[in-house]
Write a protein that binds this ligand. Structure first.
Ligand SMILES: Cc1cc2nc3c(=O)[nH]c(=O)nc-3n(C[C@H](O)[C@H](O)[C@H](O)COP(=O)(O)O)c2cc1C
Length: 163
């Protein structure tokens, strides 16, 4: 194998495809597609999401300090693509797509009902890394489709067709 210099942007793949949902201070729900997302602490359980400051959701997460990570399946590709290419600043994406929601138990933010896993998080820290601000979210509650968990709550990811 001969190695040559590659493009440094987005050289780490695969990237996750998740939807981050949030609610602004006036009660409007919003969500965006996020690829910059990873585990960052096992104990306490924490995950990190990266949001570009120009996103409408950025201001919401900054102000409210909470967000929900929703794991997306192949069936939800259309919703994912729309939420990742239109801004809530210009429209109410939830009404437009008729997105079904449930209330968070620990945070004031919507869960996307049709996603098999919804992870409620509270922001405990953030780091401006460059183009993105990485929000460290302490996991407060994980909602899982009953069909994909065992009696200890362990999730069988083979039962989900991830996007
Ligand atoms: C596959 C994919 C991955 C994306 N990843 C991110 C990301 O990690 N961070 C980010 O800020 N925007 C990301 N975006 C762009 C936002 O989802 C997009 O700009 C969205 O329209 C912002 O919505 P909002 O203005 O309502 O918050 C991604 C888009 C796509 C399609």
């Amino acid at each position: 194998m001969e190695k040559i210099q590659g493009n440094m942007k987005s050289c780490l793949q695969p990237m996750p495809k998740i939807l981050v949902s949030c609610r602004d201070t006036e009660g409007k729900n919003n969500a965006l597609a996020v690829a910059y997302c990873c585990n960052c602490s096992y104990d306490p359980p924490m995950i990190m999401i990266g949001i570009v400051p120009s996103r409408y959701s950025y201001k919401i997460v900054k102000e409210t300090g909470v967000f929900v990570v929703n794991i997306v399946t192949k069936e939800q590709k259309e919703m994912f693509d729309y939420l990742g290419s239109h801004s809530g600043r210009e429209e109410d994406k939830f009404s437009k797509l008729n997105i079904k929601v449930e209330e968070g138990i620990k945070v004031n933010a919507p869960l996307l009902s049709d996603c098999p896993i919804n992870i409620e998080c509270k922001v405990v820290d953030s780091i401006v890394t460059g183009s993105h601000e990485m929000f460290v979210g302490k996991i407060e509650y994980v909602h899982t489709d009953r069909k994909i968990v065992d009696d200890k709550g362990n999730i069988d990811f083979l039962k989900i067709e991830l996007l």
